[in-house]
Design a protein around this ligand. Structure first.
Ligand SMILES: *Cc1c(COP(=O)(O)O)cnc(C)c1O
Length: 425
């Protein structure tokens, strides 16, 4: 589901007109749909209902505390990757037993805080980290659970920066090494190594890599069990496709149809760590055209959002559908895709105001004619949008607006100029 739809030529988020949000809260701004977040979570929970499953929303995708609160209330656990995210989860009232903690460089401080919080599983990336966790848990007289992150050496064929499940990556250990880690550390008295974690990285748009990875991991689990290790859970990570382009990503039900049969009757609790498949379509970046500029035979729309606000296009070559907030009937978009063909469009680059060639949102894109002060919506910006933004160029960070039915409220204020320097004295 995606609650951003055109009614009478005007973009709405749920029942609120986007133009009203722009008038009330200014631009640029992130706008989120609460119903979309909850719908996506619900669809995942239902798709896997046949086996014991814990959905751990990946906080780094979109981490506003208000969003975490309503996801926690709807039964979500959380995938965290830092002490800051643990803090957010605690503040959101999360069930600590439904927290999984990944990351290759967890510090002593972060590990200690997570031990004290009583999280569900530490996702262990190396022997050195496991030794450290054992030491810290012993010193606190604590019993904790851990999953070993295993690299199934599967290539989801996406951008190299977002592929993490191949052998030559800094994440996890390979299958042979996993056996040795269990023999060496499986019985240490403080850290119960009782689960396997795989996370393929992001961007796969087919179910195959998940099926392949699970098929590679199940024999490892059998072997470990034969050696007397009790393995209670399999965490298959995140990376599920989101609909950046209409019809692109498999649905939660599609993924479950491939995954659930492999795990039925295996006596394993399944843990999922979806990030963008929950958050991406739940948000847009709303921006206003400042200037139209003709440069050579190229035309540019220069907008009031920049790469500091949404870095995915230059960083990953990510596609975001962009369309004006108000259009004539003939320009109401029929799909969200790059090659959307509507007569009367013109080819344009949508760029930000920052002095970097990489400050763009779209290049050579066909858009209905736009002019100064028109509003544009940059779609599927809910995941890795606000959370990857920065103050580069001393640009105050944007507000986050949450829409719930016919109500829109600020869930994070726009930064002020004072905020920019408040920690600098
Ligand atoms: C980032 C991350 C996720 C979420 O990935 P998405 O592509 O947003 O679903 C899940 N698990 C781990 C360990 C991650 O680092």
């Amino acid at each position: 589901m995606d609650a951003f739809n055109y009614k009478n030529g005007e973009l709405y988020c749920e029942d609120v007109a986007i133009t009203e949000i722009a008038e009330k809260f200014g631009t640029a701004a992130y706008v989120y749909s609460k119903a979309t977040f909850l719908d996506h979570l619900d669809k995942i929970q239902k798709a896997y209902a046949d086996i014991e499953t814990v959905v751990c929303y990946s906080i780094k995708a979109c981490s506003n505390i208000n969003i975490l609160k309503f996801l926690a209330q709807a039964g979500s656990g959380f995938d965290i990757v830092s002490g800051g995210e643990l803090f957010r989860a605690k503040q959101a009232g999360a069930d600590m037993s439904k927290i999984v903690y990944a990351g290759v460089g967890k510090t002593d401080k972060e590990l200690s805080e997570a031990i004290e919080a009583g999280i569900g599983y530490f996702n262990i990336e190396s022997e050195a980290e496991l030794e450290n966790l054992v030491k810290l848990a012993k010193s606190k007289n604590a019993q904790v659970k851990a999953a070993l992150r295993v690299n199934p050496d599967v290539d989801p064929k996406t951008h190299t920066y977002i592929t993490t499940g191949k052998k030559e990556s800094k994440f996890g250990v390979d299958i042979e090494r996993a056996q040795r880690v269990f023999s060496q550390y499986g019985d240490n008295g403080s850290v119960s190594l009782c689960a396997i974690h795989i996370h393929l990285g992001s961007g796969g748009n087919t179910i195959d890599p998940y099926v392949e990875a699970i098929e590679k991991i199940l024999p490892l689990i059998d072997a470990l069990r034969e050696q007397g290790h009790s393995i209670e859970a399999l965490d298959i990570g995140g990376g599920y496709g989101a609909d950046y382009v209409t019809g692109y990503g498999p649905s939660a039900a599609d993924y479950a149809a491939g995954i659930v049969p492999l795990l039925k009757d295996k006596g394993l609790k399944l843990i999922l760590e979806p990030g963008k498949s929950i958050a991406a379509n739940a948000g847009i970046l709303l921006t206003e055209v400042q200037y139209i500029k003709q440069g050579g035979n190229k035309k540019f729309a220069i907008v009031d959002a920049g790469m500091n606000d949404l870095i995915r296009p230059p960083l990953y070559g990510a596609f975001h559908f962009i369309w004006p907030v108000k259009v004539d009937d003939r320009f109401v978009p029929t799909a969200k895709k790059e090659d959307l063909e509507i007569d009367g469009c013109e080819t344009i680059d949508v760029v930000g105001p920052i002095c970097e060639g990489s400050d763009f949102f779209a290049q050579n894109r066909d858009l209905p004619p736009v002019k100064r002060k028109d509003l544009l919506s940059i779609f599927t910006a809910g995941a890795y949008g606000y959370t990857m933004s920065s103050n580069y160029n001393s640009r105050p960070m944007l507000p986050e607006i949450l829409v719930d039915g016919d109500k829109a409220e600020v869930i994070r204020k726009r930064q002020s100029y004072e905020n920019l320097i408040e920690l600098e004295r």
